[in-house]
Design a protein. Structure first.
Length: 103
């Protein structure tokens, strides 16, 4: 069975993304999360579609969807989402927020 596994940090990331966008436009916030979810499901079927970022951690990858970057790791039965953040954020700050147990 193919699955998308999310870390607790990803759940927080998605909530923050939704809250930020929803301040101005609730439908756009919902659409952004749907697009991130759809991309996550695509990554399950194409686990190596994203760019390898081995300099951060072995096996780690990232994939850009619209204005957002999904940081993930392929796992035997799908993908594990590690972080999701806006593409304008400093990527180094985003990956420094990754907890060792999430890798």
């Amino acid at each position: 069975m193919n699955r998308v596994e999310r870390t607790r940090r990803v759940e927080v990331d998605l909530l923050q993304i939704w809250n930020y966008i929803a301040q101005h436009n609730w439908p756009a916030a919902d659409a952004a999360l749907r697009r991130i979810q759809a991309t996550s499901e695509m990554l399950v079927k194409n686990r190596h579609a994203g760019e390898a970022i081995e300099n951060v951690a072995p096996g780690l990858r990232r994939f850009t969807v619209g204005s957002f970057v999904i940081t993930y790791r392929p796992i035997p039965d799908g993908v594990r989402l590690i972080r999701v953040g806006h593409g304008s954020r400093d990527f180094q700050d985003l990956v420094e927020g990754i907890e060792p147990q999430d890798l």
